[in-house]
Design a protein around this ligand. Structure first.
Ligand SMILES: Cc1cc2nc3c(=O)[nH]c(=O)nc-3n(C[C@H](O)[C@H](O)[C@H](O)COP(=O)(O)O)c2cc1C
Length: 359
């Protein structure tokens, strides 16, 4: 009996110490974001609405409202709802290539929003500076080492280093390479990592490598509180990692930002759309800019069909390779509890490895 009690005590002490380890290791992320868990629920157009933002915030993590392609008045109303009802820090995402970007930018600048996340093409230096002068902390995506360097030069407060494993619009460099090219080189600069993440074990190792925290997209798109259509969530739940494919670019004359989505009729249709646009480009019927705009309009429309209408065949099932790691639709609190428990156990394992080595 005494042995059992002692073992239980030891397990309790181990859990307590490991929790202390996790809290110590991500303290800089907690301080930077101002939340209990430096776990970011990445912005997802049509998915990261007020309801998801509120639920993530209530669970103690850090949400990002997706600006997407919303008409400016709706965007302003969503931002106001967050400002009025969300008591802990959160961010709003601005897509620099969205048609309403300038309007979104000006609306956001005047609002009491603590963080702004720039996505798509990188922002102009002045956009970063003005947003900071308006009292916001600025984060920007970086999908290559040169973008990361430029964003740091532009004065962003932190980076979202996102590997090509991620869902949605992506770069071409994997997180494995970006960690070595950027995180191991920049010193103590706030870096949050994203792309293909869904476990606490991985989160623990990324924190050990120096990350301030991790951003998850697909994992939160599939949570119980997400208003995404049940068929969308179920399609992601059933998908395997290898089904989350990257769209190709057929010709350098029509540069398209790659998208990672689960293979279906929409990913195939994108091939046909590119070929059609290239033919029109060649015959002078359309400009390159107009063709690129059509491409983006296609993605926004087809993502809506999948997320809002539940059309999982011709709608776009944007998701990261992380779909292969998520097989349940769970409440956000469970997701966060599992991530932190797994991270704690992993840190304890690392500590034991070192203890065994030095004993
Ligand atoms: C359905 C979907 C829509 C997305 N839309 C956006 C967006 O509007 N803005 C943005 O910055 N990132 C967007 N992302 C990227 C996520 O914020 C996040 O960085 C990415 O999903 C991380 O990779 P993971 O899905 O493997 O976790 C989207 C991702 C998905 C899956």
């Amino acid at each position: 009996m005494a042995m059992i009690l002692k073992e239980r005590d030891n397990a309790h002490i181990r859990r307590h110490n490991a929790m202390k380890l996790l809290d110590q290791i991500w303290k800089k992320g907690q301080d930077f974001l101002g939340v209990r868990y430096p776990i970011i629920s990445g912005a997802m157009t049509w998915v990261s609405d007020y309801q998801l933002v509120k639920a993530v915030s209530d669970a103690g993590a850090f949400p990002v409202l997706a600006g997407g392609n919303m008409p400016p008045d709706i965007f302003e109303a969503e931002v106001d709802r967050c400002v009025q009802n969300i008591k802990s820090p959160f961010a709003v995402n601005l897509i620099t290539i969205a048609p309403s970007y300038r309007d979104h930018y000006e609306i956001l600048r005047s609002k009491n929003v603590p963080f702004v996340v720039f996505a798509a093409n990188f922002p102009k230096k002045k956009d970063v500076t003005d947003m900071k002068e308006a009292g916001k902390k600025v984060l920007s995506f970086a999908s290559t080492d040169s973008i990361a360097e430029q964003m740091i030069r532009f004065g962003v407060d932190g980076l979202l280093l996102e590997g090509s494993e991620a869902g949605g619009h992506i770069g071409h460099v994997s997180l494995m390479i970006l960690l070595q090219q950027v995180m191991f080189k920049v010193g103590d600069f706030p870096i949050f990592v994203a792309g293909g993440l869904a476990t606490g074990q991985m989160m623990a190792h990324l924190l050990l490598m120096g990350a301030y925290g991790c951003q998850f997209g697909t994992l939160f798109a599939m949570c119980q509180e997400s208003t995404a259509h049940p068929r969308f969530k179920d399609a992601l739940r059933r998908a395997r990692a290898r089904q989350a494919i990257e769209t190709p670019q057929y010709d350098a004359r029509l540069p398209v930002v790659a998208v990672r989505a689960i293979k279906n009729a929409a990913t195939q249709q994108f091939g046909r759309i590119q070929l059609d646009l290239l033919a029109r480009l060649e015959s002078g019927q359309i400009t390159r800019e107009a063709a690129q705009f059509e491409v983006e309009t296609f993605w926004v429309g087809s993502l809506r069909r999948a997320v809002v209408d539940g059309d999982i065949e011709s709608g776009s099932l944007m998701a990261g390779q992380s779909v292969g790691l998520v097989s349940e639709i769970r409440p956000i609190r469970d997701i966060i509890r599992k991530l932190t428990e797994e991270a704690e156990a992993q840190l304890e394992k690392v500590r034991k490895t070192f203890r065994d080595l030095t004993d």
